[in-house]
Design a protein around this ligand. Sequence first.
Ligand code: MN
Length: 278
Amino acid sequence: MTQTNTDGDELARCDRRSDSGPFDIIGDVHGCAGELEALLARLGYHVRWTGTPSAAEVTVVPPRGRRAVFVGDLVDRGPRVPDTLRIVMSMVEAGTAYAVPGNHDVKFQRWLDGKDVKPSHGLDRTIAQFEPEPKAFRIAVRKFLKDLPIYVWLDGGGLAVAHAGIKEDMLGRISGEIRRFCLYGETSGETDKFGLPIRYHWAVEYRGHTSVVYGHTPVPDADWVNNTLCIDTGCCFGGKLTALRWPEREIVSVPAADIYTMPVRPFGHPPPRPGVTA
Ligand code: MN
């Protein structure tokens, strides 16, 4: 019963169809706060830091009426994970942004919960960067991550944002399977020669009317596939940080200032499920 009520509360935070935007949807930041500041500036947001480095606070003022939507994977791999969280948390709190969790955020949340997680794929950098942070900030981050809706459904139902994507028949519902899809996409349950989970390109089978914007899989450029758009352009790997302006459907990117992490496999969409032709 408690579980059902919790899901109901979360569903209310997922279903934002009454919010028609306009929106600026932002891809996987992975601690690249400098590039995030540059992208927000390009999109017309004013970012202002106050306080001392150990007690930094940030205020972000959006262009009139606009809201940002973060596709998740705020943490790991990049140089300024706490600052990235400060920016996004302050915007969500001010009602000027939505955010959904990525698989990296969920893993970091498990670490904050004291669970035994392997500090791989850049989590070690997040942990190191949190070493000097005050306990109150960790507690705030933990609560922020715990409260994120697994996807957001926006603009009269015409737009959905989930970290790894979502199928149209999952919208308006929550289940373990839907959570897994939103965080990890379609996987085979096996690992590839790089030791990473084998993924399938679910979007080639997408036939929905709702436009789905997602991240998770670094691609060289954001390109529409059916009615879906992956905007993870691998900023932490020296690519770029990308946003989609909605409803304008304009893509805005800023280049990475550095290669913060070497990619273990080349950029690009995985193949479709066996038997499916792209
Ligand atoms: Mn990612």
